[in-house]
Design a protein around this ligand. Structure first.
Ligand code: AMP
Ligand code: MG
Length: 409
């Protein structure tokens, strides 16, 4: 039985596990998933302080202040950020205070410097103020013990700033997965070479490595592998040092498609080979011990689609993310689509999705052949057409995988 895309995904996700977490310092955790919920180790701000440069005052002292009748307060001293007030304030007193400096005892509000005039040791104030303005109360931002991030959440710059403020220097995170990427095919040459007769440039090594990196994993590109059993086996052995192996090409039923045979000769257990989908039917998934190996098709579009739909969620699970999939959304398909009648496969169409007057619309990028790499230049989403549906009327609703949404976290 050839698995459906959903079955194939389950077969994969059931067999990959998060790589154990280790403690890392905040400077090393951007984009990584935390292994456990983190609670604040401090209250933030730690003390009540000024939100403005100005004067710390008692609001009651300014009750009767007006333009015609300014109130004068005695300035007891200067408080810079980091300073400690050396004495409390009483009625008629003020401190000159800078943003972030601790509010002196007795003060309850801050008057911005723009609204004041200092004359010698006195400050003149011309209007009343609401008690408590322009101060930041101890603990008003974060409380001790408050939940900051959940297990499986990817850390963004803002999260890292909060963790720092909350007194958490080291975080348990799942490491990035190291992914060996192998491209196979006698016809392939490096991008920098001029392809000779019958040769083409190796697009997959760059496309797939970029996808791996974009998923937050580390791609380890291997030298191109010719369609030769011995060389393929030798390079596969080397690739076993990585956490995951991705190969492209040689996975089909052609005379020089050796991937399946060589992997199985090395002892890899085949979980499935082929998915009931278009494009990209041949996708193989093996386990060698616990090591996942994905055999992707050679066609660049098919290979990239497979990485998007199957490899990326697996890598995210291994990296400990709670959220494995990109968001999906319904859209109207402008121009519609006509497929092959009676096709029992799921079809993935490359589309451009765009919001028009608040409604999500999609249109095909153009020809959908699995060799048409240029469709990838335009696409920002994949329309997923269920098996058995062979036609979408113009404007008909399709389900989209939004491949360029804001990064998951
Ligand atoms: P295969 O899966 O090896 O039968 O390859 C299918 C098609 O994809 C063939 O037309 C190959 O030339 C092409 N192809 C395979 N590998 C690559 C690659 N790394 N970059 C670009 N095209 C490729
Ligand atoms: Mg080939």
């Amino acid at each position: 039985m050839i698995p459906t895309p959903a079955q194939a995904l389950d077969l994969i996700l059931d067999r990959v596990e998060p790589i154990p977490a280790t403690g890392k310092s905040l400077s090393e955790v951007l984009g990584l998933a935390v292994a456990e919920a983190l609670n604040s180790q401090a209250q933030v701000p730690p003390f009540t302080n000024s939100a403005m440069d100005g004067y710390a005052v008692r609001a009651v002292d300014l009750r009767d202040a007006s333009l015609a009748n300014p109130v004068r307060l005695r300035v007891l001293g200067d408080l810079a950020a980091g300073a400690i007030p050396h004495r409390p304030m009483g009625p008629g007193d003020a401190f000159r205070i800078m943003t972030g400096a601790p509010l002196p005892e007795g003060a309850d509000s801050v008057v911005p410097v723009e609204d004041t005039t200092q004359v010698g040791d006195w400050v003149e104030l011309r209007m009343p103020l609401r008690k408590g303005v322009h101060i930041r109360l101890a603990g008003e931002d974060l409380q001790l013990g408050q939940l900051l991030v959940k297990a499986g959440q990817g850390l963004r710059p803002g999260d890292i700033g909060v963790l720092a403020a909350a007194g958490i220097p080291e975080v348990p995170v799942h490491p990035r997965v190291r992914v060996a990427v192998l491209t196979t095919g006698d016809e392939l040459v490096d991008v920098s070479e001029l392809p000779g007769p019958g040769r083409i440039r190796d697009a997959n090594i760059h496309a797939v490595c970029a996808q791996v990196a974009a998923a937050g994993a580390i791609s380890v590109p291997f030298p191109r592998v010719p369609d030769d059993r011995l060389q393929l086996t030798a390079i596969l052995r080397e690739a076993l040092a990585a956490d995951v192996i991705l190969t492209t090409g040689g996975i089909s039923v052609g005379d020089y498609d050796f991937m399946k045979a060589m992997l199985e000769e090395l002892g890899a257990e085949r979980i499935f080979w082929k998915v009931a989908q278009k494009p990209g039917g041949p996708l193989g998934f093996w386990l060698l011990g616990a090591k996942p190996i994905f055999g992707l098709p050679g066609n660049p579009v098919a290979a990239m689609l497979m990485v998007e739909e199957y490899v990326r969620p697996a890598l995210r699970k291994m990296m400990g993310f709670a959220k494995l999939h990109r968001p999906m959304a319904e859209a109207g398909l402008e121009g519609g689509w006509v497929g092959k009648a009676g096709d029992r496969r799921t079809t993935f169409l490359r589309v451009v999705a765009q919001r028009v007057d608040g409604e999500l619309k999609a249109r095909l990028t153009g020809p959908q052949g699995s060799g048409i790499l240029s469709s990838m230049l335009l696409a920002n989403a994949l329309a997923v057409i269920p098996a058995g549906v062979d036609r979408i009327e113009p404007g008909g609703t399709v389900l989209l995988r939004l491949t360029e949404e804001a990064e998951d976290h």
